[in-house]
Design a binder for this molecule. Sequence first.
Ligand code: SAH
Length: 302
Amino acid sequence: MTLPIWRLSGDLSKAKTLELEAALERLSESAESVPPTLSYFEQKHTPLWRVELFYAGEPEGTSVSELLHAADLDDWPYHLEALPDKDWVSHSQALLDPVSAGRFYVHGSHDKDKLEAGVVNLTVDAGQAFGTGRHETTWACLKVLDDLTAEDPQRILDLGTGSGVLAMAAHRIWSRAQVLATDIDPVAVEVTKENLRTNQCKLRRTGEEKPGVVALTADGFNDPAFRIEGPFNLIIANILAGPLVTLAGEVARVTSHGGLILLSGLLVTQIGEVMEAYEATGCRLVRQLERGEWAALLLQKP
Ligand code: SAH
């Protein structure tokens, strides 16, 4: 008999989520029972992450409180529930279903044997970094990239690369380009490197003048690599409206004249404030794509 799945869930800041993950790893080493599986993801409308722990069978109160105490989360208002079988199946299915966006087909490694013909296949597993192609913002970026058939950018930056999905998509379309993929989160960069290998992308080192992708950790533009690698003919930044506005000046500065900037991660209601910041740098709107309440903006630097 398989045990019913129990889910403990709640919202946490990214820092607390990572603390919880570290506490779980520490405790799992000495645990006698099977440790829960941790999953977390970014959410719409809030900087807090959704955190879920899945247990096989009802967890003991003491093991939950021991874990939360180890992460200094004694007062966390979590929610604990047994998942009906049906819900559990649809939950995992939604995470696993492949996604099509233009010529791109993004799927998990479990679907590797069922690849579509005539499309650009990208293998990305749902894991510790954002970007399986299922979120509206990633989907919109893939769609805009798919339509940029007349362009031939030589230097491309994917800022906030997450799983590396957009950097890999760009590398597939423009195989001769030098792609730089960066993220503030070192875990995302490790995931990106793994995905680059899985997808057999060409790898290169920072400053190496040859086709391929290099991934590195950086907060915004705080790294000499941007000066070495830029100016970029195409910048992709699927972050959030806040950082997009803050980084507007630097994004525009490292874009070449005539270069394109693809912004995403903003809500339709935030288009005004984001455009204001980029128009102040002289960039103009070339295309706007909306999906649900999310928007992607394609801009050009004169
Ligand atoms: N490009 C992927 C992931 C988008 S999620 C996709 O389109 O699916 C946004 C990513 O931006 C996260 O991985 C986050 O860690 C990163 N990020 C947030 N702020 C950042 C900053 N200031 N500098 C670099 N990366 C940042």
